[in-house]
Write a protein that binds this ligand. Structure first.
Ligand code: ADP
Ligand code: MG
Length: 235
């Protein structure tokens, strides 16, 4: 991302959710984003995930300029490149676990056998293959989030984005989901997660702090400060 701005206009207010935002995520990274409520975390993730577009600025995803795409173009690229995990799981209630995970693949021309093999492999990876025929309402929150992780992974996305994925989970299930994300990253999955919980932010290899739509801290695992001129004070 280069000099990205996102401005929301409402009747009385002009909100600068992201201001002059420069940001780069590399393949294999595990980045956590944190900062106070309203600082622009969800806005950033929506733009990264092609759910929304910036007001202006440049966004390159996998060497492809996605700054100014139509809604239809964004949806097509999103289906191939992005895996999204939400705080409230967002599974479809009248589809089984299997069907929920299969859904992103039904928008592609993938043969049925290949689709099924991918779904089963992803459910096994998150430890939910035994429950393929269950409905979401028959699962605990932690299990539902594991299914949501499988759905996000099944299309082999370039990046996995998660907005407060543990926000609706108790600490035991939250820990299990974070453990799963860590394992996935060790297998090469690129991850960017928004979290309020500093304990969970520390799972990441790189910790980014936002304040008022700007990056005010960016620490790599090695504790080398990437932007030493910016301060973490007031965050
Ligand atoms: P965070 O996720 O860090 O809590 P958000 O990215 O949701 O913050 O919001 C950043 C700022 O943009 C906030 O001031 C919020 O009120 C504003 N905002 C977000 N979405 C909209 C919208 N659709 N319309 C108007 N203002 C918005
Ligand atoms: Mg948010």
């Amino acid at each position: 991302m280069e000099n990205i701005n996102k401005i929301f206009y409402t009747d009385k207010l002009e909100t600068h959710a992201l201001s002059g935002f420069d940001f780069e995520i590399h393949k294999g990274d595990y980045v956590s984003i944190s900062g106070p409520s309203g600082c622009g975390k969800s806005t950033l993730l929506s733009i990264l995930g092609l759910l929304d577009s910036p007001t202006n600025g440049k966004f390159i995803l996998n060497n492809f300029d996605v700054s100014n795409l139509s809604v239809a173009q964004r949806a097509k690229i999103r289906n191939r490149e992005i895996g999204f995990i939400f705080q409230d799981f967002n599974l479809i209630g009248d589809l089984t676990v299997f069907q929920n995970v299969e859904l992103p693949l039904t928008f592609r021309n993938m043969p049925k056998e290949e689709r099924e093999a991918n779904v089963i492999a992803c459910l096994a990876k998150v430890g939910m293959d035994k429950r393929a025929d269950h409905l979401p309402s028959q699962l605990s929150g932690g299990q539902q989030q594991r299914v949501a992780v499988a759905r996000a992974l099944v299309g082999k996305p370039s990046i996995l984005l998660a907005d407060e994925p543990t926000g609706n989970l108790d600490s035991k299930n939250g820990d299990a989901v974070m453990q799963l994300l860590e394992e996935l990253n060790q297998e090469g999955v690129t991850i960017c997660i928004v979290t309020h919980d500093s304990r969970y932010a520390d799972y990441a290899k790189r910790i980014v702090k936002l304040f008022d739509g700007k990056i005010v801290g960016d620490l790599a695992e090695s504790n080398i400060e990437l932007y030493p001129d910016k301060t973490l004070e007031n965050v």
